[in-house]
Design a protein around this ligand. Structure first.
Ligand SMILES: [Fe+2]
Length: 285
Protein backbone atom coordinates (compact mmCIF):
# COMPACT_ATOMS: atom_id res chain seq x y z
CA UNK A 1 0.00 0.00 0.00
CA UNK A 2 1.58 3.24 -1.17
CA UNK A 3 0.57 6.53 0.44
CA UNK A 4 1.63 9.99 -0.71
CA UNK A 5 1.34 12.76 1.85
CA UNK A 6 0.76 16.03 0.00
CA UNK A 7 1.01 18.06 3.20
CA UNK A 8 -0.81 21.33 3.74
CA UNK A 9 -2.35 22.84 0.60
CA UNK A 10 -3.22 26.51 0.94
CA UNK A 11 -3.99 27.17 -2.73
CA UNK A 12 -7.09 26.19 -4.65
CA UNK A 13 -7.19 22.50 -5.59
CA UNK A 14 -8.69 21.09 -8.79
CA UNK A 15 -9.92 17.53 -8.25
CA UNK A 16 -10.77 15.31 -11.16
CA UNK A 17 -10.91 11.71 -12.27
CA UNK A 18 -11.06 9.66 -15.43
CA UNK A 19 -9.27 11.51 -18.21
CA UNK A 20 -9.95 8.22 -20.05
CA UNK A 21 -7.52 8.98 -22.93
CA UNK A 22 -9.73 11.94 -23.86
CA UNK A 23 -7.05 14.45 -24.82
CA UNK A 24 -9.54 17.19 -25.72
CA UNK A 25 -11.11 17.11 -22.26
CA UNK A 26 -7.74 16.80 -20.55
CA UNK A 27 -6.42 19.91 -22.27
CA UNK A 28 -9.53 21.85 -21.27
CA UNK A 29 -9.16 20.76 -17.65
CA UNK A 30 -5.47 21.60 -17.54
CA UNK A 31 -6.21 25.03 -19.04
CA UNK A 32 -8.59 25.60 -16.13
CA UNK A 33 -5.93 24.45 -13.65
CA UNK A 34 -3.51 26.97 -15.14
CA UNK A 35 -6.12 29.74 -15.14
CA UNK A 36 -6.83 29.16 -11.46
CA UNK A 37 -3.14 28.67 -10.66
CA UNK A 38 -4.36 25.63 -8.72
CA UNK A 39 -2.89 22.35 -7.61
CA UNK A 40 -4.28 19.42 -9.61
CA UNK A 41 -5.08 16.03 -8.09
CA UNK A 42 -6.40 13.16 -10.23
CA UNK A 43 -8.21 10.15 -8.79
CA UNK A 44 -6.95 7.85 -11.55
CA UNK A 45 -7.94 6.09 -14.80
CA UNK A 46 -5.89 8.43 -16.96
CA UNK A 47 -6.06 5.88 -19.78
CA UNK A 48 -9.31 4.24 -20.87
CA UNK A 49 -11.95 4.59 -23.60
CA UNK A 50 -10.61 7.45 -25.71
CA UNK A 51 -8.38 7.82 -28.75
CA UNK A 52 -5.24 9.35 -27.25
CA UNK A 53 -3.82 7.26 -24.39
CA UNK A 54 -0.18 8.23 -24.80
CA UNK A 55 -0.75 11.96 -25.38
CA UNK A 56 -3.22 12.16 -22.50
CA UNK A 57 -0.71 10.53 -20.18
CA UNK A 58 1.98 12.94 -21.36
CA UNK A 59 -0.25 15.96 -20.76
CA UNK A 60 -1.11 14.84 -17.23
CA UNK A 61 2.52 14.09 -16.43
CA UNK A 62 3.83 17.33 -17.96
CA UNK A 63 1.41 19.29 -15.79
CA UNK A 64 2.91 17.61 -12.69
CA UNK A 65 -0.51 16.45 -11.59
CA UNK A 66 -0.63 14.26 -8.51
CA UNK A 67 -2.31 11.03 -9.64
CA UNK A 68 -3.71 8.14 -7.60
CA UNK A 69 -3.52 4.72 -9.21
CA UNK A 70 -6.84 3.71 -10.72
CA UNK A 71 -7.73 0.20 -11.73
CA UNK A 72 -6.68 1.09 -15.30
CA UNK A 73 -3.18 2.09 -14.15
CA UNK A 74 -2.90 -1.02 -11.99
CA UNK A 75 -3.92 -3.29 -14.85
CA UNK A 76 -2.00 -1.61 -17.69
CA UNK A 77 1.03 -1.13 -15.48
CA UNK A 78 1.26 -4.86 -14.90
CA UNK A 79 0.24 -5.88 -18.44
CA UNK A 80 -2.94 -7.50 -17.17
CA UNK A 81 -5.38 -8.85 -19.76
CA UNK A 82 -8.35 -6.63 -18.88
CA UNK A 83 -9.12 -3.29 -17.27
CA UNK A 84 -10.32 -4.60 -13.91
CA UNK A 85 -13.19 -2.12 -13.74
CA UNK A 86 -15.25 -4.35 -11.49
CA UNK A 87 -18.22 -4.78 -13.82
CA UNK A 88 -20.18 -8.00 -14.03
CA UNK A 89 -19.24 -10.63 -16.61
CA UNK A 90 -21.43 -10.25 -19.70
CA UNK A 91 -22.38 -6.63 -18.95
CA UNK A 92 -22.13 -3.99 -21.65
CA UNK A 93 -19.00 -2.65 -19.97
CA UNK A 94 -17.48 -6.11 -20.10
CA UNK A 95 -18.13 -6.44 -23.85
CA UNK A 96 -16.99 -2.94 -24.77
CA UNK A 97 -13.81 -2.95 -22.72
CA UNK A 98 -12.02 -5.47 -24.95
CA UNK A 99 -11.59 -3.00 -27.82
CA UNK A 100 -10.45 0.07 -25.94
CA UNK A 101 -8.22 -1.85 -23.55
CA UNK A 102 -6.35 -3.58 -26.38
CA UNK A 103 -6.06 -0.24 -28.22
CA UNK A 104 -4.59 1.50 -25.18
CA UNK A 105 -2.37 -1.43 -24.28
CA UNK A 106 -0.71 -1.26 -27.70
CA UNK A 107 -0.03 2.47 -27.49
CA UNK A 108 1.57 3.08 -24.13
CA UNK A 109 5.29 2.76 -23.59
CA UNK A 110 7.27 0.67 -21.13
CA UNK A 111 8.16 3.92 -19.41
CA UNK A 112 4.44 4.78 -19.11
CA UNK A 113 3.87 1.42 -17.43
CA UNK A 114 6.75 2.11 -15.02
CA UNK A 115 5.10 5.43 -14.13
CA UNK A 116 1.76 3.69 -13.57
CA UNK A 117 3.23 1.08 -11.26
CA UNK A 118 4.91 3.79 -9.23
CA UNK A 119 1.67 5.69 -8.50
CA UNK A 120 0.38 5.85 -4.91
CA UNK A 121 -2.76 3.97 -3.87
CA UNK A 122 -3.82 6.78 -1.56
CA UNK A 123 -2.89 10.38 -0.89
CA UNK A 124 -3.73 12.71 1.94
CA UNK A 125 -3.58 16.44 2.43
CA UNK A 126 -4.82 19.11 4.78
CA UNK A 127 -6.64 22.28 3.82
CA UNK A 128 -8.04 24.85 6.24
CA UNK A 129 -7.58 22.42 9.11
CA UNK A 130 -9.54 19.62 7.43
CA UNK A 131 -7.77 16.41 6.52
CA UNK A 132 -8.68 14.67 3.26
CA UNK A 133 -7.91 11.24 1.89
CA UNK A 134 -7.74 10.67 -1.87
CA UNK A 135 -8.37 7.29 -3.46
CA UNK A 136 -9.77 5.74 -6.62
CA UNK A 137 -12.85 3.55 -5.94
CA UNK A 138 -12.68 2.23 -2.41
CA UNK A 139 -10.08 1.47 0.22
CA UNK A 140 -11.24 -2.14 0.38
CA UNK A 141 -11.35 -2.52 -3.41
CA UNK A 142 -9.87 -0.13 -5.97
CA UNK A 143 -12.82 -0.90 -8.28
CA UNK A 144 -15.62 -0.50 -5.77
CA UNK A 145 -18.54 1.49 -7.15
CA UNK A 146 -19.89 3.95 -4.60
CA UNK A 147 -22.77 6.03 -5.92
CA UNK A 148 -24.58 9.05 -4.52
CA UNK A 149 -27.37 6.64 -3.59
CA UNK A 150 -25.26 3.85 -2.05
CA UNK A 151 -26.15 2.79 1.52
CA UNK A 152 -24.39 4.65 4.32
CA UNK A 153 -22.98 1.34 5.58
CA UNK A 154 -20.95 1.02 2.36
CA UNK A 155 -19.34 4.41 2.93
CA UNK A 156 -18.77 3.62 6.61
CA UNK A 157 -16.88 0.47 5.65
CA UNK A 158 -14.58 2.48 3.40
CA UNK A 159 -14.04 5.28 5.92
CA UNK A 160 -13.12 2.74 8.58
CA UNK A 161 -10.62 1.08 6.23
CA UNK A 162 -9.13 4.45 5.27
CA UNK A 163 -8.76 5.49 8.88
CA UNK A 164 -6.89 2.29 9.64
CA UNK A 165 -4.30 3.38 7.05
CA UNK A 166 -4.37 7.14 7.48
CA UNK A 167 -5.75 8.01 10.91
CA UNK A 168 -8.54 10.54 11.38
CA UNK A 169 -9.94 12.15 8.25
CA UNK A 170 -12.62 14.77 7.63
CA UNK A 171 -13.20 14.11 3.96
CA UNK A 172 -12.64 11.62 1.16
CA UNK A 173 -12.03 12.38 -2.51
CA UNK A 174 -12.85 9.48 -4.79
CA UNK A 175 -13.44 8.62 -8.43
CA UNK A 176 -14.03 5.44 -10.45
CA UNK A 177 -17.82 5.34 -10.54
CA UNK A 178 -17.89 8.26 -12.99
CA UNK A 179 -20.70 10.49 -11.70
CA UNK A 180 -19.78 13.30 -9.36
CA UNK A 181 -21.50 13.95 -6.05
CA UNK A 182 -20.86 15.45 -2.63
CA UNK A 183 -22.45 13.75 0.34
CA UNK A 184 -22.11 14.10 4.09
CA UNK A 185 -21.99 10.47 5.09
CA UNK A 186 -20.37 8.15 7.64
CA UNK A 187 -18.89 11.11 9.51
CA UNK A 188 -17.02 12.58 6.54
CA UNK A 189 -17.60 14.71 3.47
CA UNK A 190 -17.44 12.21 0.61
CA UNK A 191 -16.54 13.93 -2.65
CA UNK A 192 -16.69 12.05 -5.91
CA UNK A 193 -15.13 14.55 -8.29
CA UNK A 194 -16.65 12.82 -11.31
CA UNK A 195 -14.68 12.18 -14.49
CA UNK A 196 -13.57 14.52 -17.23
CA UNK A 197 -13.35 11.92 -20.01
CA UNK A 198 -17.04 10.96 -20.29
CA UNK A 199 -20.26 12.89 -19.59
CA UNK A 200 -22.11 12.31 -16.34
CA UNK A 201 -24.93 10.27 -17.89
CA UNK A 202 -27.29 13.22 -17.85
CA UNK A 203 -27.81 13.94 -21.54
CA UNK A 204 -25.26 16.73 -21.69
CA UNK A 205 -21.83 16.76 -23.34
CA UNK A 206 -20.09 18.53 -20.50
CA UNK A 207 -18.13 16.43 -18.03
CA UNK A 208 -17.35 17.01 -14.36
CA UNK A 209 -14.61 18.06 -11.98
CA UNK A 210 -14.41 19.72 -8.56
CA UNK A 211 -12.52 22.53 -6.93
CA UNK A 212 -11.73 23.03 -3.28
CA UNK A 213 -10.73 26.14 -1.40
CA UNK A 214 -10.79 26.56 2.36
CA UNK A 215 -11.67 22.88 2.70
CA UNK A 216 -14.99 23.41 0.89
CA UNK A 217 -15.60 21.37 -2.30
CA UNK A 218 -17.67 22.54 -5.27
CA UNK A 219 -18.61 20.48 -8.35
CA UNK A 220 -18.36 22.04 -11.81
CA UNK A 221 -19.15 21.24 -15.42
CA UNK A 222 -16.25 21.01 -17.85
CA UNK A 223 -17.12 22.25 -21.32
CA UNK A 224 -14.72 21.05 -23.98
CA UNK A 225 -14.49 20.02 -27.64
CA UNK A 226 -16.56 16.85 -27.45
CA UNK A 227 -16.99 16.76 -31.24
CA UNK A 228 -13.22 16.70 -31.60
CA UNK A 229 -12.90 13.83 -29.13
CA UNK A 230 -15.69 11.97 -30.95
CA UNK A 231 -13.95 12.46 -34.33
CA UNK A 232 -10.67 11.17 -32.91
CA UNK A 233 -12.38 8.03 -31.67
CA UNK A 234 -14.02 7.47 -35.03
CA UNK A 235 -10.70 7.86 -36.83
CA UNK A 236 -9.09 5.42 -34.39
CA UNK A 237 -11.82 2.86 -34.98
CA UNK A 238 -13.05 3.08 -31.40
CA UNK A 239 -16.66 2.87 -32.48
CA UNK A 240 -18.03 0.29 -30.07
CA UNK A 241 -20.30 2.79 -28.30
CA UNK A 242 -18.36 5.03 -25.95
CA UNK A 243 -17.73 7.49 -28.82
CA UNK A 244 -21.45 8.24 -29.19
CA UNK A 245 -21.69 8.68 -25.42
CA UNK A 246 -19.49 11.76 -25.76
CA UNK A 247 -22.19 13.45 -27.85
CA UNK A 248 -25.38 11.96 -26.42
CA UNK A 249 -24.30 12.54 -22.83
CA UNK A 250 -25.33 9.00 -21.90
CA UNK A 251 -23.11 6.02 -21.21
CA UNK A 252 -23.53 3.01 -23.46
CA UNK A 253 -22.91 0.89 -20.36
CA UNK A 254 -25.93 2.02 -18.38
CA UNK A 255 -26.30 -1.43 -16.85
CA UNK A 256 -23.38 -0.71 -14.54
CA UNK A 257 -25.46 2.02 -12.85
CA UNK A 258 -27.87 1.35 -10.00
CA UNK A 259 -31.48 1.48 -11.25
CA UNK A 260 -32.21 4.83 -9.63
CA UNK A 261 -29.45 6.53 -11.68
CA UNK A 262 -30.48 5.10 -15.04
CA UNK A 263 -32.61 6.91 -17.58
CA UNK A 264 -36.35 6.56 -17.38
CA UNK A 265 -38.82 6.39 -20.25
CA UNK A 266 -41.29 9.24 -20.66
CA UNK A 267 -44.68 9.50 -22.31
CA UNK A 268 -43.44 10.28 -25.85
CA UNK A 269 -41.30 7.12 -25.92
CA UNK A 270 -37.97 8.89 -25.40
CA UNK A 271 -35.64 8.55 -22.42
CA UNK A 272 -34.55 11.17 -19.94
CA UNK A 273 -32.04 11.26 -17.12
CA UNK A 274 -33.34 11.12 -13.58
CA UNK A 275 -30.20 13.07 -12.67
CA UNK A 276 -30.84 15.99 -15.02
CA UNK A 277 -34.28 16.41 -13.50
CA UNK A 278 -32.74 16.57 -10.05
CA UNK A 279 -29.95 18.85 -11.21
CA UNK A 280 -32.49 21.41 -12.30
CA UNK A 281 -33.26 21.82 -8.61
CA UNK A 282 -29.52 22.48 -7.99
CA UNK A 283 -29.06 19.20 -6.17
CA UNK A 284 -26.16 17.10 -7.38
CA UNK A 285 -26.80 13.42 -7.03
FE1 LIG B 1 -11.79 3.03 -12.38
Amino acid sequence: MKLKDLGEIDTEVVLFGGPYSNLHATRALLDEVARLDAKAICTGDVVAYGADPSATLAAIRDAETDVIAGNCEQQLGTKARHCGCGFDAGSTCDRLSAAWYAYADERISAEDRDWMRDLPDFACFTQAGRRFAVLHGGATDVSRFLWSTSPEADFAQEVEALQRHLGDIDGVIAGHSGIGFIREVAGVTWINAGVIGMPGHDGRRSTQYATMRGGVPVLHDLTYDAEGAFASMQTAGLIQGYHTGLLSGYWPSEDVLPPELRRVSVANGSWVSTRSRRRSSKTWV
